[in-house]
Write a protein that binds this ligand. Structure first.
Ligand SMILES: Cc1cc2nc3c(=O)[nH]c(=O)nc-3n(C[C@H](O)[C@H](O)[C@H](O)COP(=O)(O)OP(=O)(O)OC[C@H]3O[C@@H](n4cnc5c(N)ncnc54)[C@H](O)[C@@H]3O)c2cc1C
Ligand code: SF4
Length: 582
């Protein structure tokens, strides 16, 4: 028996285990396998193979079951009461990449919009590809403001890894030479349209500190040899990315990192594997593996490795940690600090302004650029001109100008204002006025009592405890929202737009889909969960490299930073393993 058990254990033993195959897990898989580690990648959802498993990628509007892919409200209410809060993203074209809320319950102590995709590739298939670096200021802000804890790293520690990731995934963007908006390794930028160019010129002449740039987006505009060798090609400007891209025009785990990992011959990927707990060896003081529940058979199984990367996304990674209790970790794995599940952050959005361009009625654009413009942060940059006394930190704007009505309708729930048949053809020759919108993405501070806990009273369909989430925005964010709206109005008016209208929509945490902070990095094991290399302070062979690790949020979209942290941590893990430290 001992021998048989030994063989079973050997069969299930790898050099490394990666939990999750989304943005961060995919990058961990690539980096670890390319450095020679036999790596098991576990994902709780089904397989999604690049090209083969994008069922709606080339579907036309007349091929859908429902008119233009708009799901009936009853179906949305029954199965996707939370996922539909994203608005335009939840359609017949995309629903298979979002979780069904009725099958994946959680408790909203306060409204919390938990937008998820459980399948191989995670939300790397769904993301908006906006890719920005945290700035040097972002890494210093907590220490300077006396907020939460200090990051244990600085911009310089991560800069080479940003380079590394950008070069690999491909980011198109414009260098701006601003210290608070660091440039990266860019492929050629996408072009602004005529209204955006005019907006830039007029707004910048009135507000020189508010730079208007083109969005930095993970799309190939000049693919490298490496990207071509993966089967990826130049972006075709179809803007149907969220369905999965047959061209590999935008970066996802499925079109990028998982293919790279597969090619090394060192990856085994196991879908339908819900990681429930980490296995801890008290004598060795190490994690030895993970326990899974097979979502198809309902059976438990164990897998073993010397190094474990948790990349299940911020709330799910914290769920695994809290669910892994033992006599050593009665409060959750590596949770001596009691910080696991706390400090939930997001980016607050849904506030800004829009206006009509009076000129350019004779101008149009070709293609569907899958990107917008970006106005980097221009508040609280350390000089008196940008200082605000009513709040800390800052925000950026994403937006753009278009002639609305048809260019987004392939993806959109916003309806079809232009009818069908001949009436539609006639309407399309009258494209309507240009509208320009600016939407703020603001930094949320880390508050300890914005937290999630395990809810043993409500079990999911596998009998596992669920999450209870209690998080909201506070005075600092509310004051920032007022300014986000006012400054957008100011810029559009200064640029000569008419009918400028401000808006502040219905935001609750989660809607930014940038959940972060539930196992933060820090210098002191008493107040943080991870060290400067994303290792758990209390168990050095477990690395957490998804949004859970974030010590503060910055105001920029975070996924590029998760990937850079992951690549850096993987490098550390391989070197530490070779030194026999793990
Ligand atoms: C519509 C939309 C637009 C977005 N736009 C942007 C953008 O423009 N820029 C940006 O930076 N970010 C954007 N995001 C956010 C971005 O998608 C996330 O930040 C990113 O995917 C997070 O990466 P992750 O690896 O932490 O999690 P995910 O990509 O969600 O991957 C987590 C994976 O872990 C798996 N998993 C979960 N629990 C378990 C478990 N217990 N066991 C095993 N596997 C598990 C899941 O199935 C999933 O595959 C957007 C998201 C959406 C939905
Ligand atoms: S716009 Fe580019 S990335 Fe998006 S679906 Fe088209 S080719 Fe793919």
């Amino acid at each position: 028996m001992a021998n048989l058990n030994g063989r079973a254990r050997q069969k299930n033993t790898y050099d490394a285990i990666v939990v999750g195959s989304g943005i961060s897990g995919g990058m961990a898989a690539k980096e670890l396998t390319e450095k020679g580690l036999k790596t098991l990648v576990l994902d709780r959802g089904p397989m999604v193979k690049h090209l083969e498993d994008y069922p709606t990628a080339v579907m036309d509007p007349w091929q859908t079951k429902y008119p233009r892919g708009q799901l009936p409200q009853e179906e949305l209410n029954a199965h996707y009461p939370v996922q539909q809060r994203t608005g335009y993203t939840m359609t017949e074209y995309t629903k298979h990449f979002f979780v069904r809320d009725d099958e994946n319950p959680y408790t909203e102590e306060k409204r919390y919009d938990w937008i998820r995709g459980y399948h191989v590739g995670g939300r790397s298939l769904l993301w908006g590809r906006q890719s920005y670096r945290h700035s040097p200021q972002d890494f210093e802000a907590n220490a300077k403001d006396g907020i939460a804890v200090d990051w244990p790293i600085r911009y310089e520690d991560l800069a080479p890894w940003y380079d590394h990731v950008e070069r690999y995934i491909g980011v198109s963007g414009q260098k701006e030479g601003l210290a608070h908006f660091p440039d990266g390794v860019f492929q050629p930028p996408m072009e602004m349209n005529c209204v955006e160019k005019a907006f830039k010129a007029k707004s910048e002449s009135r507000f020189p500190e508010r730079r208007v740039s083109i969005g930095r987006a993970a799309h190939l505009t000049e693919p490298t040899e490496e990207q071509l060798s993966l089967g990826r090609t130049k972006c075709q400007y179809r803007n149907m990315c969220i369905r999965g891209c047959p061209f590999g025009g935008y970066y996802s785990s499925n079109s990028g990192s998982l293919i790279s990992a597969e090619r090394t011959g060192n990856m085994v990927i196991r879908p339908n594997s819900i990681v429930t707990t980490l296995i801890y060896d008290e004598k060795a003081g190490k994690a030895t593996g993970v326990r899974i529940l097979d979502a198809t058979t309902g059976k438990e199984e164990e897998f073993y490795a010397a190094v474990i990367f948790l990349c299940a996304s911020a709330l799910n990674t914290a769920w695994i940690l809290l669910n892994s209790t033992s006599s050593r970790f009665p409060n959750g794995f590596g949770n001596g600090s009691d910080q696991v599940g706390r400090n939930i952050m997001d980016h607050h959005l849904g506030v800004g302004a829009s206006g009509e361009a009076p000129e350019f009625a004779d101008k149009y654009y070709s293609g569907r650029r899958p990107n917008g413009i970006y106005v980097p942060r221009f508040r609280n940059l350390g000089d008196p001109a940008t200082h605000r006394s009513d709040y800390l930190r800052g925000f950026g704007y994403q937006g753009g100008a278009s002639r609305p009505g048809w260019d987004r309708e392939l993806n959109s729930r916003s309806g079809n204002p232009r009818g069908f048949g001949a009436a539609r053809k006639a309407a399309l020759t009258q494209p309507g006025p240009w509208i320009m919108g600016l939407g703020g993405f603001g930094e949320i501070l880390p508050y300890e009592d914005n937290r999630m806990t395990l809810n043993h009273a409500v079990k999911d369909r596998y009998g596992l405890p669920t999450l209870s989430i209690n998080a909201n925005i506070r005075e600092n964010e509310i004051a920032m929202r007022r300014d986000m709206q006012a400054a957008a109005i100011e810029m559009l008016e200064a640029a000569g737009f008419k009918n400028v209208k401000g808006r502040d929509g219905d935001y609750a945490q989660g809607l930014g889909i940038h959940e972060m902070g539930t196992a933060r990095m820090g210098r002191d094991p008493k107040t943080s969960v991870l060290n400067a290399h994303n290792q758990m302070h209390e168990c050095k062979n477990v690395y957490v490299t998804d949004g859970a690790a974030m010590t503060s949020a910055s105001c920029v979209n975070p996924s590029l930073t998760y990937m850079a942290l992951t690549a850096r941590a993987a490098d550390h893990a391989v070197k530490a393993s070779k030194r026999g430290e793990l």
